[in-house]
Design a protein. Structure first.
Length: 318
């Protein structure tokens, strides 16, 4: 493959009702890709529709069901320098993909993250990437690496819980070798991307592009199958890994405030799930809510030093 080449992966599973519209839209930018790959786990006619609408050189990989296992199988077959994962019903503009490829090439990025526009969700829904762009007033492309990417992800996990800073991979571009070197874990359900980013962020040169050139369709996810305890355990693994990396790099002044705050959040969710409704907001829920607010205030104070350091790094980004 030539320099700065691009591969696109379409993961599919019984998407016959949506795949035609998705691929018709993808035709607007698919000419930018030197490799086109479909990784399919369908029992319907999704694959036949893909073959009829995609270029003749499209590579077809049939794989047993499994979200990130399918992604990993397709990623290992990629030869191009950069990789875009086009998830069904999530869209991307041609010009925006060109810009992402230019930034990734010109700045030797391992990953470029951008915030999508949401479809099918109430107004005001935001992911950590949207919140950080707003908080730090990021108005143009910035690049960070090393300890700063770990600080950014630690702040994301400490403030917002197990919600991936990487957002949707349908809004991002990744260097293929990064994903081939470190595969997506399969044991964390819909949070496999969040866990992957936690393991990989210290090794990457990361670009943040504040412009919106993609959409993300809100949908149900495998993480809904997890209990509150299981979600909290996943979060502990992710943030614990960030704390270990930061400690090795000389940042060790962590308390257990983030754990106390998120334990309260999980407890409240469980209490409200067991006894929903305002009229049943028991004394125990009230106490837990007060504890949550207290720990959040303490946590915000504790994070200020890291936030100031990150703000300085982002202001120097290019």
């Amino acid at each position: 493959m030539g320099p700065h080449s691009l591969a696109v992966i379409f993961p599919t599973r019984n998407n016959s009702g949506q795949i035609r519209d998705h691929l018709i839209h993808a035709r607007s930018w698919i000419g930018l890709a030197s490799e086109v790959i479909v990784v399919d786990s369908s029992t319907d006619d999704t694959l036949e529709i893909c073959r009829s609408l995609l270029p003749g050189h499209t590579k077809i990989i049939e794989h047993p069901p499994g979200l990130y296992a399918s992604w990993n199988a397709a990623i290992q077959s990629v030869e191009s320098e950069f990789l875009y994962i086009s998830t069904i019903s999530d869209t991307l503009d041609h010009g925006f993909l060109e810009r992402m490829l230019d930034y990734s090439s010109n700045h030797s990025l391992d990953m470029l993250i951008s915030p999508p526009r949401f479809i099918g969700e109430k107004e005001g829904h935001l992911w950590p990437i949207h919140k950080f762009i707003s908080k730090y007033e990021i108005r143009e492309f910035v690049c960070i690496e090393g300890i700063d990417t770990v600080i950014l992800n630690y702040l994301s996990l400490a403030k917002y819980g197990l919600s991936s800073l990487s957002g949707s991979f349908a809004s991002n571009l990744v260097r293929t070798k990064m994903l081939q070197k470190r595969q997506f874990p399969n044991e964390f359900g819909g949070f496999g991307d969040a866990m992957w980013f936690s393991w990989a962020c210290a090794e990457m040169r990361l670009g943040l592009l504040p412009d919106i050139g993609s959409t993300f369709l809100i949908h149900s996810s495998a993480h809904h199958q997890f209990s509150h305890d299981e979600l909290y355990q996943c979060w502990q693994k992710a943030i614990g890994h960030q704390m270990k990396i930061l400690a090795k790099l000389g940042i060790k002044s962590f308390s257990n405030r983030s754990h106390q705050y998120h334990a309260c959040k999980m407890n409240l969710k469980q209490l409200r799930a067991n006894k929903p409704g305002f009229s049943k907001f028991t004394f125990k829920k009230s106490i837990e809510s007060i504890r949550k607010k207290y720990f959040r205030l303490c946590l915000n104070w504790e994070l200020k030093k890291l936030e100031r350091r990150l703000e300085k790094s982002l202001s120097l980004g290019y």
